[in-house]
Design a protein around this ligand. Structure first.
Ligand code: 5GP
Length: 349
């Protein structure tokens, strides 16, 4: 047994230190980022925030709404082949250009992807190869074989939280490594397994490893307010994936529930009992559920939430003197704190 004594940080442990700057208005802050990907050789221009590939977040409707602001959506993997084909064949939609097709590493996942790809030609640019535990040889081998078969797709793969496997995944063919084990709002992995890594430190360390190899990372999970999204970018994330912050909107999917005259939407983890019953006929005997279900007050159109997140991010940039999102991590000094928010009148939201 060994204990690592180095301090590891979460979003709640830091704040941005404000800096003098010559920036005028926050309206002038550029949030679009242009990336060139190590393996696919493709480039993209977008606001690099990604809706999570959960069936109560990453829907076609979400993708249409977010694309208006040049944000990405990782589509959940439970649509039928015909539905993906229709979505990716629609040349009029910006949404399909920014959408990630998500898949797991089982043979049926691969077959389904091949079928969609055959029917849609070059329409799919981004894929997200997603497993709960990115530390298995099977996963890394899958990424390698997938890269061989599809040399021009931009591949995001995860999840991991350490530099060693980030490097291994990039060398195996991933363009973007997805980072986060256990920080998610409806994730119970830490409770059930005791495994995890503080998310801000995971982002900082994995970004450093990826950037050294010309790769990118996506911080996935644990953002609860716009300030957390800014901290993820400040720590070096190239992309930030959001589940809970985009859940419970008109576009999120998720069953509507009326209780005591109020409207709620169901939101649940993709490894929760609910999701496994819905898609896999129940939780297999050898495994435990690692996600939970919550009822969230319905939040209306996602447009307002997007404005809040982008507004917060622009404001962070002006406080630290970054003219563009690209400069945010260079301009970032985090201060460690013991308190974040004054909660004397309850949670400020
Ligand atoms: P959030 O933004 O809600 O904090 O986190 C979203 C992320 O949580 C997703 O992108 C995914 O990585 C993770 N996640 C989603 N469902 C589950 C689940 O059932 N179990 C675990 N361990 N993680 C989940």
């Amino acid at each position: 047994m060994r204990i690592e004594e180095d301090l590891k940080l979460d979003f709640k442990d830091v704040l941005f230190r404000p800096k003098r700057s010559t920036l005028g208005s926050r309206a002038n802050v550029e949030l679009l980022r242009e990336y060139r990907y190590r393996h696919s050789g493709r480039t993209s221009t977008s606001v690099p925030i990604v809706a999570a590939n959960m069936d109560t977040v990453g829907t076609f409707e979400m993708s249409a709404a977010l694309a208006r602001h040049h944000l990405h959506t990782a589509l959940h993997k439970h649509y039928a082949v015909e539905d993906y084909v229709r979505f990716f064949s629609d040349a009029n939609r910006e949404a399909h250009r920014l959408a990630f097709y998500s898949l797991g590493i089982l043979e049926p996942d691969l077959e389904k992807f091949r079928a969609v790809r055959r029917a849609t030609g070059e329409a799919i640019e981004f894929v997200c190869i997603d497993v709960a535990n990115g530390y298995t040889e099977t996963f890394i081998d899958f990424v390698r074989r997938f890269r061989d078969e599809f040399p021009t797709l931009t591949i995001m793969a995860g999840n991991v939280v350490t530099a060693d496997v980030t490097e291994a995944l990039i060398l195996a063919g991933a363009d973007i490594v997805k980072v986060g084990i256990g920080p998610g709002s409806v994730c119970t992995t830490r409770k059930m397994t005791g495994v995890g890594y503080p998310q801000l430190s995971a982002i900082i360390e994995c970004a450093d490893a990826a950037h050294g190899l010309g790769g990118h990372i996506c911080g996935d999970g644990g953002c609860t307010v716009p300030g957390d999204v800014a901290k993820a970018f400040g720590g070096g994330a190239d992309f930030v994936m959001l589940g809970g912050m985009l859940a419970a909107h008109d576009e999120s999917g998720g069953e509507i529930v009326e209780r005591d005259g109020r409207t709620y939407r169901r939101f649940y983890g993709m490894s929760s009992d609910v999701a496994m019953k819905k898609y896999a006929g129940g939780v297999a005997k050898y495994r435990a559920s690692e996600g939970k279900e919550v009822l969230l007050p319905a939040r209306g159109p996602v447009e307002n939430t997007v404005q809040d997140i982008l507004g917060g991010l622009r404001s962070t940039c002006t406080y630290v003197g970054a003219r563009k999102l690209k400069d945010l991590s260079k301009c970032t000094t985090f201060v460690r704190v013991t308190q974040q928010i004054n909660e004397v009148y309850g949670r400020a939201d």
